[in-house]
Write a protein that binds this ligand. Sequence first.
Ligand code: NDP
Length: 301
Amino acid sequence: MTAEVIDGKLVAAEVVEKVTVATKKLIADTGVVPGIAVVIVGEDPASQVYVRSKGKRATECGFHSVTHTLPEETSEADLLKMVESLNNDKDIDAILVQLPLPDHIDEGKVIQTIAPEKDVDGFHFINVGKLGTGETDSAFVPCTPAGSMVLLKKALGKDDLSGLNAIVVGRSNIVGKPMANLLLADNATVTIAHSRTKDLPALAATADILVAAVGRPEMIKAGWVKPGAVVIDVGINRIDAPEKGEGKTRLVGDVAYGESAEVAGAITPVPGGVGPMTIAMLMANTLTSACRRAGVEPPNY
Ligand code: NDP
């Protein structure tokens, strides 16, 4: 079998198009312009790139977008003050504090200061709790698992996962756990595996849906994949690529892609799979927040 390749770039572009069209309509019907504020502290080059692309995408969607770039030495108190002022800013629907923050700032404290109704990353305890209790209509779901679910449902061609065994490898708060909750909410039978799981290859091979969120390059081999399974590879790992020249690198997922694509029914590539969905779902969450402010039903993705 050769797997269907799940094109995350294409699906992300469809999501962004839907957001752009719905934003135009929201503005025309209600005058509410979705507003997103991205806060970055320090000069980390990777974070700068992420923040720039989030700002660019937000502008393309028709949002009011502001970026606050604060110096590395910004105190925790000053950052908290900025978050509070954004909480009170009527033009801002979405607040995103780019992580990681410098060591002298308590990330947890900053995240819990963001108003839950503007926490489009879905990291606030209120949003985590809502997802855990199935209150997804008023929650924000973290963008990477939300995007993974969109890809999964496209691949399966259905929204209801009744009768399917799903295994999520990884139990982080930003990917593994919310992904497991989303799968459960859609009626999959869910197992969460992690570094202490016994005989992971045999367990993984029972999965109709296999989600890898580990951070270990190409750890999951073809022999771990049930024939015909849908494989969602969240991992993004940079490895040496001497075949491309001295000092060159390339990105790979947590799944050994080539060999697994011979066994799976559908699989996300890296890059070009889950990665592009993360920013797309951030735009979707921002629009959802603005729709809630305007009292309008947000689109489904
Ligand atoms: P974390 O490091 O927070 O979590 C990794 C998880 O994998 C942990 O639960 C850990 O188990 C588990 N794990 C580690 N080694 C093994 C092993 N040998 N066998 C089984 N489980 C193992 O990572 P994240 O969840 O933040 O990210 C996971 C991957 O997803 C990374 O590659 C990251 O770059 C990528 N990512 C991609 C995004 C995107 O936009 N596409 C967004 C976010 C992340 P334990 O808890 O026992 O330590």
